[in-house]
Design a protein around this ligand. Structure first.
Ligand SMILES: [Zn+2]
Length: 297
């Protein structure tokens, strides 16, 4: 017979631990692996071993995290804060220097050692400063659901793939988020982000071969729609645009249109001709086809 101590088995998460006074407050099953558990307070993954778990509960890190969690919960809602009024400067300073950093700290702590994904997009702000917006997506053990939230806006000096990649990596490092825990990245279809050879995602994939790259569906759909619209006769677009222009700059024409419309449609108020440049453009087209009979006169 095989001696008992040589028999290899891995212990699994046991529901009974949830009633153990030393464990019940902070222990949570790991959703991906039943031989692991999570500490809700320290945001770490631990082996599902009772002895290890009791040991973890005694560590300084865990005790600090527990104290922090309890003090956050017991914070009363303040009447003084309820009636607080602030002007723009003070308010934005408070957000920038107090609330923002503390929310960021809480976010990073919540992600902890767990896997996460990022969604990135470049932009240029009013002062022509190039920036990269990063959204983070992860499973929150606190709220027990997938959370997608703002992480950071970082300034970019260059916009080539390597610079963007380096900017992301150095920011993750500064904030203490583990690069190797990144499991996915969402990007638009731009060449610098999603190109096959020397794009941000191509470089990331060289370092993390299992990384899942998701191209933005909305961006892709937009490209499809744009290509499809090229097949429509150009006069259609011209017509919709000019219908708006014809009326929008002339109160006289507008008044005439209104009177005529009311005569034809039994005193119903006409709707305004919308601008094609408005989001989606479709309200303009819908209205024009609907009111064509009164509009063309
Ligand atoms: Zn802990």
């Amino acid at each position: 017979m095989m001696p008992k101590d040589k028999k290899k088995y891995s212990q699994k998460y046991t529901k009974i631990w949830e009633t153990d006074p030393d464990l019940k407050d902070w222990l949570a099953p790991d959703v991906t692996n039943d031989t692991l558990v999570n500490c809700k307070y320290c945001h770490v993954v631990l082996k599902a071993h009772k002895k290890d778990l009791v040991g973890h509960a005694k560590t300084e890190k865990h005790n600090k995290a527990t104290a922090r969690e309890k003090s956050a919960k017991s914070y009363p809602s303040s009447d003084a804060l309820k009636n607080l009024k602030l002007h723009r400067t003070k308010c934005s300073m408070l957000i920038k220097n107090v609330l923002g950093p503390s929310m960021l700290e809480a976010l990073i702590e919540e992600i902890g050692d767990f896997p996460y994904s990022i969604i990135i997009d470049e932009s240029t702000d009013l002062s022509t400063q190039k920036v990269l917006c990063i959204i983070v997506r992860f499973f929150s053990h606190k709220s027990r659901q997938i959370v997608t939230t703002f992480y950071r806006i970082i300034k970019l000096i260059e916009c080539d793939a390597k610079s963007v990649h380096d900017a992301i990596i150095s920011q993750l490092k500064i904030d203490g988020l583990k690069f190797e825990n990144m499991i996915g990245v969402g990007v638009d279809g731009a060449n610098v982000m999603a190109g096959r050879h020397n794009s941000v995602t191509a470089i990331l994939k060289r370092e993390l071969p299992d990384l899942i790259v998701v191209k933005c569906v909305s961006h892709s759909l937009h490209l499809c729609a744009e290509k499809a619209a090229e097949l429509l006769p150009r006069q259609l677009e011209f017509l919709v645009r000019e219908a708006h222009n014809w009326f929008s700059y002339s109160p006289k024409r507008l008044e005439y249109y209104k009177t005529l419309f009311e005569t034809i449609n039994a005193n119903k108020d006409p709707k305004k001709f919308k601008d094609l440049a408005e989001p989606a453009g479709s309200p303009a087209i819908k209205l024009l086809t609907q009111y064509w009979s009164s509009g063309k006169n």
